[in-house]
Design a protein around this ligand. Structure first.
Ligand SMILES: Nc1ncnc2c1ncn2[C@@H]1O[C@H](COP(=O)(O)OP(=O)(O)OP(=O)(O)O)[C@@H](O)[C@H]1O
Ligand SMILES: [Mg+2]
Length: 293
């Protein structure tokens, strides 16, 4: 076995590829989404992957999708032996890492909820005292918990970097009613997951969700509460003012900050040790989530 970096299903048409997922057409209403072992950070995909990462991401998302019963999601089928041909013939590429989903009209905003101040939110706060137009208390320290979780949307850039925007700006483009609905749903999902994760000794610092419209209704699409889309912190070592021990992509970002890669040119391969440690962290958080859901 080795990392699955790209998929090829003879007889099936690839609709498009994201940084991590390959999307195939099933029929007019359905896609098949494969989580590959590709790894992206700072919006770049690395030349080497992490063997088994896609399986972990897919399983974590599926667990959350089936537990978030208050919001409809895109999942139709998770078992490769029930997939239609030609997909069923290719379990070696698809097993445990792919799902058949309802195609939705994607809402082109990343819906982010933050309960703690870190990452791009921390950077914005240091410069302006605000995150996505929300004024925060003065004197917050890195990784500090916010008085209450906030909705901090970002644009979904087709190329280049996503940009944090205010809910008001999102409302101008998408409509206020839909934006309010998305803010409420995002915070509700964050709150649900944060409470669950507490039972596993994990602080859910923030999470990014994607939604789509299907038959006029908002549904949850893409991935849910994975270490690629969320920050999971170890609550036993958490300390305000320091960068927390995390079970997510932060480990790779921190490593990259120690290299001389400029985050704009094609990235160098990640060293084996970083790959292995990241995989260990992903496995650990997967186990914790399995134990609580
Ligand atoms: N049910 C769905 N209907 C339509 N599009 C979907 C659905 N679920 C996921 N997608 C889209 O499929 C892609 C998944 O690929 P991946 O997560 O690798 O993308 P990405 O690199 O994060 O890029 P992007 O910025 O386009 O999301 C995303 O563009 C996502 O919006
Ligand atoms: Mg994505």
């Amino acid at each position: 076995m080795s990392a699955i970096l790209t998929t090829d299903i003879p007889g099936a048409k690839k609709a498009f590829s994201g940084k991590v997922r390959d999307i195939f057409e099933v029929d007019k209403e359905h896609f098949l989404i494969v989580s590959t072992d590709r790894i992206s950070a700072f919006d770049h995909v690395f030349p080497n992957g992490i063997e088994g990462k896609g399986i972990i991401l897919n399983q974590i998302s599926n667990l959350w999708f089936s537990n978030l019963t208050f919001i409809k999601n895109h999942i139709v089928e998770t078992d490769v032996s029930n997939f239609p041909e030609p997909f069923r013939k290719h379990p070696e590429q698809l097993r445990d890492r792919s799902v058949i989903v309802r195609r939705a009209e994607r809402i082109d905003f990343e819906c982010v909820a933050r309960g703690y101040i870190i990452g791009s939110g921390w950077k914005d706060y240091q410069q302006t005292g605000e995150v996505c137009g929300i004024k925060l208390p003065e004197g917050l320290q890195m990784a500090q918990e916010l008085p209450e979780p906030v909705f901090t949307p970002a644009t979904k850039a087709t190329d280049g970097h996503d940009m944090n925007i205010s809910a008001a700006e999102m409302g101008e483009k998408l409509g206020k009613e839909k934006t309010d609905q998305l803010a409420e749903l995002t915070l509700k999902i964050y709150d649900f997951a944060k409470n669950k994760m507490q039972n596993a000794g994990i602080l859910l610092a923030d999470t990014k969700l994607e939604f789509g419209i299907l038959n006029g209704e908002i549904i949850l699409i893409d991935e849910a509460l994975t270490p690629d889309s969320s920050r999971f912190w170890d609550s036993s070592t958490y300390k305000i003012g320091t960068s927390p021990v995390s079970y997510d992509k932060q480990f790779i970002r921190d490593y990259l900050d120690t290299t001389d890669w400029d985050k704009n040119s094609p990235p160098p391969p990640l060293p084996d040790e970083i790959i292995q440690k990241t995989l260990d962290k992903y496995k650990e958080i997967f186990e914790k989530i399995q134990n609580i859901l």
